[in-house]
Each structure stands twice: as C-alpha cells, then as structure tokens.
Design a binder for this molecule. Structure first.
Ligand code: PHE
Length: 343
C-alpha cells in the first residue's frame, strides 16, 4: 500500500516537472499549476487532502513525501515563471544556440611558490620542526651583528641591502629569526622560519629584489654535522624523490662554521647533465652549516654546552627547479595563463 502510494507520487512529480519545463508561456504554466496544485482539483492537493483517511501508521511517511513533491513543483513553477519573464523581455532573433560552451566559473588556486613553501614546511613539521616568524623590517643587530657579520662586511653594504632609515632595513635573509628565537627560548630548539627577504638586486631571469626564504635551526647538546646531513638528506628524498642524491660543498657564511652549499642531483636529468643543471648534474638548493659559537655568544647561549645547525633555502628558486621554469619574474607577473598551470 505505502509502496504504491509513494510510487504514484513519484510519477506525479516527474509528470508535473516535465509539464513545467515544456510550458512555453505564462498561460500554459498557470494551467499546469491548476492541474497539480489547484486548491479544488489539483492532483497533489487531492492526495494531501486524502491523507486524513490514511492508516496512521503510514500517514507521516506519505504526508511528508506529498509535502515535498508539492514544494518541488511549486519551486519549479516559480523558476520557470522567472525564466519566461526574462525570455519575454529579451529581443530574440532565433532559437538559443545550445551548442555554445557553458560559462565555467573561475576557480583560484595557490601560487606555485606558496605550494612549495607549504610542502617544505609539512616535511620539516613531520621531522619535529615548528614554524617561527620574525619581522621583515629588521635592525642591523638581528640581520648582521648578532649573526657574526660586522657592518663593514660586504653583505651589510648599502649596495646589497635595502635600508629604510637609520639602522632599520628590510631583512636580507631569514637568518635573523634564528637570533630572535634563541633570545627567547632555551634549547632544545628546532624551528623552520619561512618568509620574504629583500635585496638591492635588479630583477632579471634569476633575481628578484623581493623573494622567499626558509630558515631552519636546530640547537641542543651534542648536535653534529651528521644530524644536519641526515635531516637534509631525508628532506631531499621526500621533496625531490627517493632517487635524489645530496652533496655538501665547502662554503662560507659568517654565522656558520663549517659552512656548506647543499646541492641535489639534478631533478630533471637525474645527474647525467642537461640544460637545467648546465651539464653539471647538480642543482644548488641551499646554504647550511654548524651554528658559529659567536652567534651563541650573541644570544647568551653557552657554546661549550650547545651545538646546532642552520640552513637557508629559497622556495622561489626551488620552485624554478622543480617546475623547470626559465624566468623567476614569471612568478610575479600575475599572468593567469602561467599561474593556471600549477592548480
Ligand atoms: N642566510 C644565508 C643566505 O641568505 C643562508 C644560510 C642560512 C646559510 C643558514 C647558512 C645557514 O644566503
């Protein structure tokens, strides 16, 4: 009994919706309304009225279904009325061109550099690194002096740095966050600090005056270069793929000793040599090293008690390598045709 009632309602619903959809003018539509929802003889109205005679056990189920069908038909009638009114007010030259493509809604996405930053942060988060941040307008103390970089060092030069006023400048790297974190916290420390940095560089295919860096710092009793190699090796495997090899080349930074440039085997050719790695088989992805004792002294840590490592990488650069993009300026031209490729 209940089955056949529900099936009957379903048939009525389909019939009514068909009739609404094919009604071509207001009069026809009004006849459809009377046929189904008319107060006296409407087919759905009749069912609603007859509910009172139904077995109380099935009444609620049939009742709510009948109400739903009534509402659906009412909504469809309303929509079709609006549609017909709009159509009537529009000059028509012929039938609508149903072969026109639909209008897709524009969907935004994350910037490719943001994606790279998020992925790097996720990997290091799983290795126990928390996120830290510092201001983009820094003092000479945080950007240079506390990092064992005297102000007459070439890096502190007005030619390389964007000074705002007096001793305030736009940070030229994220390393000052190391100092700010160590001033406020005692070891053990394991942080990752992504952010923008600024240099007095003219934009070209591989330089921007504003770009991103991610700083890493780990300090504790007994931290060694082995820990640095292990963490960066793990990162490279997870980010660039399990085949990736990592190599450390001796280098110099005032705030690390020893210091290294970190290369990964070319992610395009796998190390055999190609245009992307200029035939070397390697791609440089970051600077790193063991925290210089002079930095520990600047923040009041005992260099006899603690050791640590630090590293700094550039997500803009890494995104260039990862996606094989020829010009870093493409990231900030805001050309949707370029950005869309990374959705
Ligand atoms: N701050 C360095 C740069 O901007 C990178 C770096 C960070 C090197 C930490 C060593 C340790 O080039």
């Amino acid at each position: 009994m209940i089955e056949s009632l529900l099936k009957g309602l379903a048939v009525l619903e389909r019939e009514a919706l068909d009739a609404v959809a094919t009604a071509g003018d207001a009069d026809t539509l009004e006849q459809v309304r009377i046929l189904y929802l008319g107060r006296k003889d409407g087919k759905v109205s009749a069912i609603l009225r007859a509910l009172a005679e139904l077995d109380p056990e099935i009444r609620p189920r049939v009742g709510s279904e009948a109400n739903r069908v009534r509402d659906v038909i009412r909504d469809a009638l309303e929509r079709r009325t609006t549609e017909l009114t709009a159509l009537a007010g529009r000059p028509r030259e012929g039938p609508d061109d149903l072969t026109l493509p639909g209008r897709a809604r524009w969907v935004g996405g994350l910037h490719p550099v943001t994606r790279v930053i998020d992925e790097i942060c996720r990997i290091f988060a799983s290795l126990g690194f928390t996120r830290a941040r510092g201001p983009e307008a820094e003092t000479e103390w945080y950007n240079f002096v506390a990092l064992n970089t005297p102000l007459d060092h070439p890096a502190a030069d007005m030619q390389a740095t964007l000074y705002l006023s007096g001793n305030i400048l736009l940070r030229s790297h994220t390393s000052p966050v190391q100092v700010r974190v160590m001033e406020r916290h005692q070891p053990p420390i394991r942080i990752l600090a992504p952010g923008m940095v600024y240099r007095r560089d003219a934009p070209d295919a591989s330089h921007l005056p504003a770009f991103s860096q991610i700083e890493g710092l780990a300090v504790d009793g007994g931290v060694t270069f082995v820990d640095l190699k292990a963490v960066l090796g793990e990162f490279a495997h997870r980010f660039f793929g399990p085949e990736t090899r990592v190599r450390f080349r001796p280098s110099f930074f005032p705030f690390t000793e020893p210091s290294a440039e970190v290369d990964v085997s070319c992610i395009i050719c796998g190390g055999s040599g190609c245009a992307a790695c200029k035939g070397t088989g390697w791609m440089e992805i970051m600077g790193a090293g063991m925290v210089d004792p002079a930095v520990f002294e600047a923040v009041g840590y005992d260099p006899q008690r603690y050791t640590g490592y630090a590293f700094g990488m550039g997500p803009h650069r890494i995104a260039l390598l990862k996606y094989g993009i020829p010009d870093i300026r493409l990231f900030h031209e805001n050309d949707v045709r370029f950005l869309e490729q990374f959705r």
